[in-house]
Design a protein around this ligand. Structure first.
Ligand code: GLV
Ligand code: MN
Ligand code: MN
Length: 439
């Protein structure tokens, strides 16, 4: 790496440029790993496909001489060294795991933007005071192992490692076992302790909703993430013969679950249409066409930007899930209570300035989806950058973005990481500052 330049005096023409073609090609390369017939990917956390995707990112990183580390919950850290290693690093990142019928950009975009930004600095011969670290968080999606954002939450101390290692997927495989298998697929990596803190964290992501597209905007600056409460509900009835058991005597767990879900849906309806109530998983046991279901398990995903509202809805859910419904016993367990998070004003200002400097307008937004940045923000000044996705469609194989939007988002991320990584004066405890005057 060549010696440092004076960035304060740098005008746009001299700033490192990302390579939008390379960024796009890398999306295509990753889309092949776990590709589905429907044009999406199935690369669930700690699966062989997840391992292969991480290996590819590690290969690209090794070609640049970046160092990699893994923490005990499987978060992967790729470091582009700064001049002053004693300073806390500027962090970026996202995830490579996907939904079972996931798209090609959710998570992947943020990881590849981070890598692209680091490579753009290399290509421009730029060295920075602070190291820049790309983090690939483990199990952001929470589809194989619940809850979502597991890796970042454990790293931040908001979920307990030992408890999360015991979580099982539907085949009964624990996170601990899946992690051991995952490790065997990766090259030998240096160990990293939990509890990572950085100077700042900026995550790029596709919006996953229609707001930017409807507003005709290319950049969203995310000021907050709404709250997310998650539950697992168990409905226990009695297995019986489908042909011989009269309706009156049945304790059908599916009938009870249907009635309970509809009751909850009605209870949580709001006029503003801000409550997000989803039952995304329903398991009917024993799952035989001619046996009255004896047990049903279902998930609840509840979101709202206002914590007080979430708490009130939590009380309603727990009350509705008490006792019996249709003769079946209901048990409800909360698996996540993550309130809304507001991002750091200093980092937000730097993002705004970088966006304007590239001649872009931006929309200030609250994220409807959850992200690892939510947990990173507990210990590190953080913020996020969104680009639009077609029709706001996400968690769907049809997820789609344009190369031009991908490029401008990556360029702004690169500018922001550079701005932060040359801030050598402030120590870890000081908030990143914007060198631009307040608006
Ligand atoms: C993340 O994928 C979420 O559930 O919002
Ligand atoms: Mn995501
Ligand atoms: Mn997702």
């Amino acid at each position: 790496m060549k010696s440092s330049r004076i960035f304060e005096d740098m005008d746009l023409r001299n700033k490192p440029s990302i390579d939008a073609g390379r960024l796009w090609e890398r999306h295509r390369d990753l889309a092949r790993i776990g590709a589905t017939a429907g044009g999406g990917v199935n690369r669930q956390a700690l699966s062989p496909e997840d391992g292969a995707a991480r290996n590819l990112v590690l290969r690209w990183s090794a070609e640049r001489g970046y160092e990699a580390q893994l923490d005990p919950i499987g978060n992967l850290f790729v470091r582009r060294r700064g001049i002053r290693e004693e300073l806390s690093a500027v962090m970026t990142g996202s995830h490579l795991d996907t939904q079972p019928t996931g798209g090609n950009y959710d998570g992947v975009y943020g990881v590849l933007c981070g890598l692209e930004a680091m490579e753009a600095l290399d290509d421009a011969g730029v060295s920075t005071e602070r190291s820049i670290e790309l983090v690939v968080w483990m199990n952001e999606e929470g589809s194989r192992f619940r809850p979502t954002t597991m890796g970042s939450a454990v790293s931040a101390g908001q979920l307990q490692l030992a408890e999360m290692l015991r979580v099982r997927d539907r085949a009964g495989v624990t996170v601990e076992k899946a992690l051991a298998e995952h490790l065997a697929l990766l090259p030998r990596l240096e160990h990293r302790a939990l509890g990572t803190r950085g100077y700042a964290y900026v995550e790029a992501h596709i919006e996953q909703g229609p707001v930017l597209e409807n507003a005709g905007m290319r950049i969203g600056i995310v000021e907050a993430i709404q709250g997310l409460y998650a539950y697992e509900v168990e409905v226990t009835g009695f297995e019986a013969h489908a042909g011989t058991t009269p309706n009156r005597g049945r304790r059908d767990a599916l009938i009870a679950a249907m009635s309970l879900i509809e009751n909850l849906r009605q209870l949580l309806v709001d006029e503003e249409d801000q409550v997000r109530f989803t039952v995304g998983r329903l398991e009917v046991l024993p799952g035989s066409p001619n046996t009255v279901p004896g047990k049903v398990l279902f998930s609840i995903d509840l979101r709202h930007p206002d914590e007080k509202r979430l708490k009130r809805m939590d009380e309603r859910i727990l009350a509705a899930c008490e006792g019996t419904v249709e003769g079946c016993v209901i048990r409800c367990r909360q698996v996540l209570a993550s309130g809304p998070v507001h991002f750091d004003q200093g980092v937000l200002k730097i993002l705004q300035h970088a966006t304007r400097s590239r001649g872009e307008h931006f929309l200030r937004m609250v994220s409807g989806a959850t992200h690892d940045a939510k947990y990173v923000a507990a210990n590190t000044p953080s913020a996020m950058l969104f680009i639009p996705c077609a029709g706001g469609i996400s968690h769907n194989e049809q997820e789609s973005i344009t190369q031009a939007d991908a490029g401008i988002g990556a360029q702004i991320l690169c500018d922001v990481l550079l701005d932060l990584a040359i801030q050598a004066e402030a120590g870890q405890s000081n908030s990143p500052r914007s060198r631009v005057p307040a608006d």
